[in-house]
Design a protein around this ligand. Structure first.
Ligand SMILES: NC(=O)c1ccc[n+]([C@@H]2O[C@H](COP(=O)([O-])OP(=O)(O)OC[C@H]3O[C@@H](n4cnc5c(N)ncnc54)[C@H](OP(=O)(O)O)[C@@H]3O)[C@@H](O)[C@H]2O)c1
Length: 236
């Protein structure tokens, strides 16, 4: 990836804010535009510009992105697994229609809206990246355990959106690499109820560092692939 003053748009709470902080420490990064939803994090770096954005609202996304300068990279790190009402369904008997709709709304829709409205902003970049944080459980081929119907299905939908976008942008935005990323297990409110004795989560800062190392290796010829945090490729 060429080393010039680059501008990144990064979204998401725990992993997203850690990514924004990590990118801001890079000499090749001129500016990070970070979007938050309900709680604005505090950043030390003057390179980080923050804005509130509901990534499920197309008008809000269009307005926010329409006013931005050229971007070199977009990382969407927002998402949804559970709340007070919805828990991952272990069996189809526990399936809740609302959980599937909410999961699609928060795990798939925002990336499609970001892609639609940041296309013009990424077009001039000589080496752009458009990435979203997916999850290994969204891989259909890798699904050996089952369960988590709504989350798996919504991440599989996200993956399909990214793969389809990569095919379109091979011609429309040939300098941009489109990628789905699995962050590993990371300490956050999203993972907290599920990181028992079988998983040892990494900190958000470690995760951000791992993901940046991976993203730094993404060149346009690698577009349309699904990567784990350690650089290994995952099956769709
Ligand atoms: N943590 C892990 O171990 C792990 C593993 C695999 C994949 N992932 C994926 O990594 C991504 C980040 O997860 P995380 O662990 O950092 O979880 P997180 O801290 O819960 O971050 C997700 C954030 O999405 C934001 N959000 C919800 N609705 C939104 C909206 N309408 N507009 C904008 N933002 C909205 C929420 O912000 P507010 O709180 O402000 O509403 C929420 O905090 C997710 O896609 C997740 O599926 C995480």
């Amino acid at each position: 990836m060429s080393e010039h003053a680059r501008t990144w748009l990064i979204t998401g709470s725990t992993i997203g804010s850690a990514l924004a902080a990590r990118y801001a420490t890079s000499a090749s990064v001129r500016k990070v535009i970070y979007t938050w939803h309900s709680r604005e994090p505090r950043f030390d770096s003057p390179k980080i510009q923050t804005m509130q954005l509901d990534l499920t609202c197309e008008d809000a996304v269009a307005n926010a992105l329409g006013n931005l300068e050229q971007l070199d990279g977009v990382i969407n790190a927002m998402g949804f697994l559970h709340d007070n009402i919805h828990k991952p369904e272990k069996a189809i008997s526990r399936f809740e229609p609302d959980a599937l709709l909410k999961s699609i709304e928060l795990n798939a829709l925002p990336t499609a809206l970001l892609a639609k409205h940041c296309r013009q902003r990424l077009k001039a970049s000589s080496s752009g990246v458009f990435a979203a944080i997916s999850a290994k459980v969204g891989s259909i081929e890798d699904n050996r355990l089952g369960g988590w119907y709504s989350y798996r299905a919504s991440k599989a939908a996200l993956n399909m959106l990214l793969k389809t976008l990569a095919i379109e942008w091979r011609i429309g935005l040939p300098n941009t690499c489109v990628a789905a990323l699995h962050p590993g297990t990371v300490s956050s409110p999203l993972s907290e109820p599920f990181t028992g004795r079988h998983h040892s989560p990494v900190t958000p800062a470690e995760s951000a560092s791992n993901l940046k190392d991976l993203i730094d290796q993404l060149t346009p010829d690698k577009t349309g692939r699904f990567w784990s945090w350690d650089g290994t490729e995952l099956p769709w």
